[in-house]
Design a protein around this ligand. Structure first.
Ligand code: SF4
Ligand code: SF4
Ligand code: SF4
Length: 175
């Protein structure tokens, strides 16, 4: 994976997954993830739906607004570009720095953080972006390197207690 496809280069190294708010019903719309590289989605997507069946991973479904959404519970994005290839509108720009800017959060359901042995997310991450740091009392802290994470979503569906969620990034103060 090239550096151009990194999640974002401006985030703090090894940001703790905890501390970001969980999804709540009133935030579901803003948490909608559109296909990668869809930089002019709001103004250019006509809701034709052509991108959804084009995805070989079947992670694109049509949402309540009639437009495509990514569902990482179904699988991961391989950044194959088939969705953008299928689109006849000026929605996508694959020359950009990143396919999307997403951020991960983990709820307090996480096995490792509750003292139950689990390394599922770290084991499945193709980028080695997740570190699970042992803590006192048999617990562990789950950390993600946001500079390495591509937002592929592979860790989402593999978590046995659905503790990991992903959403469009918001600005995080950095210095
Ligand atoms: S880049 Fe490929 S795997 Fe990712 S959402 Fe588009 S079609 Fe699916
Ligand atoms: S193919 Fe393009 S215009 Fe059609 S639903 Fe997908 S993103 Fe929107
Ligand atoms: S598996 Fe999760 S942490 Fe690893 S690159 Fe994909 S989204 Fe990021």
């Amino acid at each position: 994976m090239s550096s151009a496809s990194r999640l974002t280069s401006r985030r703090a190294f090894f940001t703790g997954l905890r501390g970001l708010p969980d999804n709540t019903p009133d935030k579901q719309q803003s948490n909608t993830i559109r296909p990668p590289w869809a930089v002019k989605f709001d103004e250019s997507c006509t809701a034709c739906g052509d991108c959804a069946p084009a995805c070989p991973e079947n992670i694109i479904h049509i949402g309540q607004d009639g437009r495509p959404e990514i569902d990482f519970d179904k699988g991961e994005c391989t950044f194959c570009g088939a969705c953008s290839d299928a689109c006849n509108e000026p929605v996508f720009n694959r020359t950009g720095d990143t396919p999307w800017q997403l951020e991960l959060s983990v709820s307090n359901k996480c096995f490792a953080e509750n003292g139950v042995y689990c390394r599922s997310c770290g084991d499945v991450c193709p980028e080695g972006a997740i570190r699970i740091i042992p803590q006192l009392g048999g617990r562990a802290r789950v950390l993600v390197d946001n500079d390495t994470c591509t937002g592929c979503g592979a860790c989402i569906g593999t978590c046995p207690v659905t503790a990991i969620s992903i959403r469009p990034a918001t600005e995080i103060p950095h210095g």
